[in-house]
Every structure is written in structure tokens, then in C-alpha cells.
Design a binder for this molecule. Sequence first.
Ligand SMILES: Cc1cc2nc3c(=O)[nH]c(=O)nc-3n(C[C@H](O)[C@H](O)[C@H](O)COP(=O)(O)OP(=O)(O)OC[C@H]3O[C@@H](n4cnc5c(N)ncnc54)[C@H](O)[C@@H]3O)c2cc1C
Length: 416
Amino acid sequence: MRYSAFSIFTQALRGNASWPRVWRDPAPRASYDVIIVGGGGHGLATAYYLAKEHGITNVAVIEKGYLGSGNAGRNTTIIRSNYLLPGNIPFYEWSMKLWEGLEQDLNYNAMVSQRGVLNLYHSDTQRDAMARRGNAMRLHGVDAELLDREQVRAMVPFLDFDNARFPIQGGLLQPRGGTARHDAVVWGYARGADRRGVDLIQNCEMTGIRIEHGRVIGIETTHGFIRAKKIGLAVAGNSSRAAAMAGLRLPIESHVLQAFVSEGLKPLIDIVMTFGAGHFYVSQSDKGGLVFGGDIDGYASYAQRGNLPVIEDVLEGAMALWPALGRVRLLRHWGGVMDMSMDGSPIIDRTSVEGLYLNAGWCYGGFKATPASGWCFAHLIARNEPHPAAAAYHLARFASGAVIDEKGVGAQANLH
Ligand SMILES: Cc1cc2nc3c(=O)[nH]c(=O)nc-3n(C[C@H](O)[C@H](O)[C@H](O)COP(=O)(O)OP(=O)(O)OC[C@H]3O[C@@H](n4cnc5c(N)ncnc54)[C@H](O)[C@@H]3O)c2cc1C
């Protein structure tokens, strides 16, 4: 069914009792042309673009839980393309362009909200670094505005401008940045892929990868063996474990990232804002909760929950920037498992096993990449060659040293 004002009207007349299921619940077939492992945003977007852009519809997405049960359903929903390095800017800007047309393309309300992303600076050095970043963005045709203190005050007057431990000097604004509803993005891609014939297999875990003469022939799952000509891994925080099933060792560590939501409040903040003197960022959801987060936990883990020191650190950042938040009650918090690469940039590449493709290393910035990641991964799988926008995201860079170190912190995964 196509969603439209007319379909809402006619369904309302029938008491909203005959909306069809949004996707099927098929049993896995014996074989597919392509299996995508991981039913998060990236896996589903890949399946969608495989079908839509390349006409490859004999595809299954294998998900060990329910669709969107991983990071896709746990993130803080920020989308932006305010990157500095040449390998990154074109890719993330391509993603932003796909976000801008996504809802029409999917015929699904993904609640894309280009409310602006404001990164605050608190020192002359930070201002210079932000001016450089803004200039790099503009050179690539990306929108960026460097704001002074009074321009920032006009946008977010409730911050501590007069007595702060780290005085606010200004900010770098990307007006086209913002948020999208994470669950709806998953559901929109799932529906789009299903409508084009892709089988979405939930509660089915990949437990092994079968390889013969150096090429994949299929995967072992909790529902039995499924044959496939090509396999794409898009399992985010579980990338190292999945790749190990094919005997591969990845330049990735898995760490927990926590997120927080406050009680519902009246509209307070209409942009996404990040603190520059500590790790704290915040936006407000349509339900009224403040959605915020900060740094990852500093140790490797596969647990989908975090620890107290990071909670304290995030809340310290919040209080330093916006003291009034001390009156707000925290509603809930949770964790997701991040695939932290050694240079902080992702991997979209073939592997040394023929027919096995890898999509990983998204660190804590992979939600905004969802459309371009799916687009470029589908291109790679369909044509066996990288998409130009993701050509820099190859595995060989970790061996050659040609890394894409956006933060400039070296090979320490938890700092990226
Ligand atoms: C708290 C938090 C906040 C974040 N905030 C942002 C943000 O504001 N902006 C941003 O851009 N990014 C953010 N991110 C990062 C972003 O969510 C991830 O980078 C992105 O979602 C990863 O891609 P995905 O959606 O495909 O991953 P996932 O949703 O994790 O998908 C991977 C799927 O693979 C499945 N899987 C794993 N192993 C197997 C197996 N063996 N067999 C079958 N299935 C398997 C998992 O169950 C999972 O559903 C945040 C992440 C977290 C946790």
C-alpha cells in the first residue's frame, strides 16, 4: 500500500482496522543471490538499494533479534555532514543529500528535521579549528556558518554565558544538519526492501560462514544453512565477531556508548547543540524529552549497557554548559555497542574472501551515514567495485598507513 492523505482518510472510514502489515515474515529460502547479515539501518538500506538501484531482489536480510534492535534503534538520531577530511566530506554530504529526499523516496515519514547542528567553541584555538573545518566544508559545497558569541546567545540564550567555567566564545553551525526518527528510518527501509521482494528474516542469527576454495558459499544460522553467492556483513558492534567466522581479524574494537532521555518538557531547544569543552550533546525529541549523550565507555565490551563514570562525566558537561538542567529528571538511559575503527572512519570494502563484503567501523557516527552507507555498500556488492564516494574507506589503509584520522588522535580506538 502507498501511504497518502487518501489512504489515511479511507482507512479512518474503516476504523483503521484494515491497514496491511508493513512487511512480510517469510521463512528463509535455501539460497539467495545476496545475504546481508544485520537488520540495522545499514543492512536494510543496503538491501533496499540493491533492489531499487541494481535490480537485485533475490536478497535476504538476516537479523539475530528484531529489525532495529541494535544501534539503529538506540542512537541519538543526529544527522550532519560537518566533516573536515577529503575522504569523509563527500561521503557524508552524499548521505545528507539522500536524507533530504528520503521520505519521498521511501514513501515513509522518517521525521527528518533539518533544525541545525551547532558546535560550540570556548577558546581561540578551538575557534581557529572550527573556522578551518567550516572553510573545508564550504569548499566542498557544504553549508557552514561560523558564529560569534552574540549570535550563539541569540539562538540559545538559556546557556551560561556570564559565569561559566568554560566561557562560550561562539559556534560552528551547519543549518542543514539535524535529526531523523531512528526507528522510522529502519521501518521505512524495511518496508521499501520488502516491497521489492527482499526477505527480512528476524530472530535468525548467523553462527558461521562457510567458505570453499577461498570463496563464500553461504552462512550457518540458527535456522540452518543458507546458501548465497555474495554475503555482506553489516553488523556494526558485532563486526569483529562476525568477521572472525571467516577467519578475518579487523582493525576494530567494540565499546559501549550510552544515551539519555529526560522527562518530557515543553519546547526548550530547537537545534542540536554540542559542548566544546567536554563531551556533551543535546537535542529535544518531538515528545519533549531532552535526548543527550557524551563519550564512550573507555574499555572494550559487548554489553548493551554502560557504567557510572560516563554518566557522571556526561552530566558534568551538561551542568557546566546549561546549569538549569540540574532541575530536570532523567527518564531513562541505555547503551549500544560501537564498532570503533583505529582511525575513526568506516570500512566499506571487499575482503580477502571472495564474495564476502564488509561494512563496519562506524564508531558512534553511523546513523547519519545510513543512506550513503547502504547506497555505497549496495554498489560495491552489485558491481564488485567501490562507489566513488566511499572509495577511501578501504581496508588496505590500515596496513599502508593512509588512514583517515578525522580527530587526529592516532590508533586508539576509544578516542575516535
Ligand atoms: C547511544 C548511541 C548514540 C548514537 N548517536 C548517534 C548519532 O546521534 N548520530 C549518528 O550518526 N550515529 C549515532 N550512533 C551510531 C549509530 O547508531 C551506529 O553507527 C549505526 O546505527 C550502526 O549501523 P546499523 O544501524 O546498521 O547498526 P545496528 O542497528 O547495530 O545493526 C547491526 C545489526 O546486526 C545484528 N547482528 C549482529 N550480529 C549478528 C549475527 N551474527 N547474525 C545476525 N544478525 C546480527 C544486530 O542484532 C543488529 O541489529 C549512536 C549509537 C549509540 C549506541
